[in-house]
Design a protein around this ligand. Structure first.
Ligand code: NAD
Ligand code: UDP
Length: 350
């Protein structure tokens, strides 16, 4: 198949490109490079032993266009020149805290951007899309594990709301025109990196998320971890999340792609998680073990908007997609650590 991957130079996008190329698919990436660098896609080419094309040669397996998803004309040209079979839509802004201060930017980029993408797909008679959603659309669930049928809402920031709005738009679109084939994938907490150590998550500034923060403490770039509360009603008092290796997450997309391929009309929602929750203390210990470095920490106030614990029910994805995450916490930490160490060297080359 030939896939259009929006946001394909980002963290999850690059790992997806590797897997797609390894499975023999052709990939056209569009990205405005607002939160990534082209060098990451060059590494994808290195890992997969492919040439990175600029679109001049339409038969290249991996092609990059620097394009914003809101640029209709560019999208029209891409859909005209490539015979795209399906779109995997990662492009979007994702910083929760920033979204609170810049709601219009987030809605314009994520919601308007997706509408324009969908309109241009429709114009090009292309109706298969996989959308990156998030488990935060469930808000603060009454029970765990979280099933796909749980209610959505109780959202506390514009980023998560933009994802929920897009989900609703996609549901309405499918109701209006059942020829669409749509998968909404609700990610739990993607972490880890490709085992080569060549690609991974590289947040700019001080990381907001636990795993990149811990790994920068291990590297000595940050002094100590601030644990946001140890008085939650969880097994050790710290927040519990369902961390999933990015390579497992990506394999969930390939399973979704195969699933959509067998359907004439579908709108499906799947959780992508492992079904296991880990606490902050457990993450600290696992990372110390993987890196051999101490992770100093202090316990501070709870972070506003945090929920105590959530993890996925994976039963539906296992049964329908035949997909199940394989990697454990140790591999997630080891791969993150390898990437962090290599990235210091690699950064000089970007
Ligand atoms: P990322 O920031 O690394 O990748 C997103 C990419 O989209 C970046 O390369 C960025 O430059 C690009 N982009 C942003 N706006 C664009 C636009 N208007 N036009 C073209 N390109 C644009 O993020 P990621 O972690 O790889 O996440 C991918 C998707 O998964 C995002 O939609 C994110 O919201 C979603 N998601 C991520 C997580 C996570 O923890 N990483 C969790 C849940 C959902
Ligand atoms: N966390 C923390 N210190 C940090 C970052 C996160 O204690 O510097 C905790 C946070 O309170 C939550 C867990 O780690 O319980 C995962 O947080 P993250 O931001 O990675 O994911 P999210 O809360 O968005 O699921």
């Amino acid at each position: 198949m030939k896939l259009l991957v929006t946001g394909g130079t980002g963290y999850i996008g690059t790992h997806t490109c590797v897997e797609l190329l390894d499975q023999g698919h052709q990939v056209v990436v569009i990205d405005n490079l607002s939160n990534s660098k082209l060098g990451a896609l060059e590494r994808v080419a290195t890992i997969t032993n492919k040439k990175l094309g600029d679109g001049q040669n339409l038969i290249d397996d991996l092609i990059f266009h620097r394009t914003d998803i809101r640029d209709r004309i560019a999208l029209q040209e891409i859909f005209q020149s490539h015979n795209i079979d399906a779109v995997i839509h990662f492009a979007g802004l994702k910083a929760v805290g920033e979204s609170v201060h810049k709601p219009l930017e987030y809605y314009a980029n994520n919601v308007t951007g997706t509408i324009i993408l969908l309109e241009e797909m429709a114009r090009a008679n292309l109706s298969t899309i996989i959308f990156s959603s998030t488990a935060t659309v469930y808000g603060d669930p009454e029970t765990v594990p979280i099933l796909e049928s749980f209610p959505t809402g109780g959202i506390t920031n514009p980023y998560a709301r933009s994802k929920l709005i897009i989900e609703e738009i996609l549901k309405d679109l499918h109701k209006a025109d059942p020829s669409w084939k749509i998968c909404l994938l609700r990610y739990f907490n993607p972490v880890g990196a490709h085992p080569s150590g060549l690609i991974g998550e590289d947040p700019s500034g001080i990381p907001n998320n636990l795993m990149p923060y811990i790994s920068q403490v291990a590297l000595g770039k940050l002094e100590k971890l601030k644990i946001f509360g140890n008085d939650y009603a969880t097994r050790d008092g710290t927040g519990v999340r369902d961390y999933i290796h990015v390579v497992d997450l990506v394999k969930g997309h390939l399973a979704a792609l195969d699933y959509l391929h067998t359907k004439k009309s579908i709108l499906s929602i799947f959780n992508l998680g492992t079904g296991r929750g880990s606490s902050v203390y457990e993450m600290v210990r696992a990372f110390e073990q993987a890196s051999g470095k101490p992770i100093p920490y202090e316990v501070v106030e709870r972070r506003v908007g945090d929920v105590a614990e959530y993890w996925a029910s994976t039963e539906y994805a296992e049964r329908v997609l035949g997909w199940k995450a394989q990697y454990n916490l140790q591999t997630m930490c080891e791969d993150t650590w390898r990437w962090q160490q290599k990235n210091i060297e690699n950064k000089k080359m970007l």
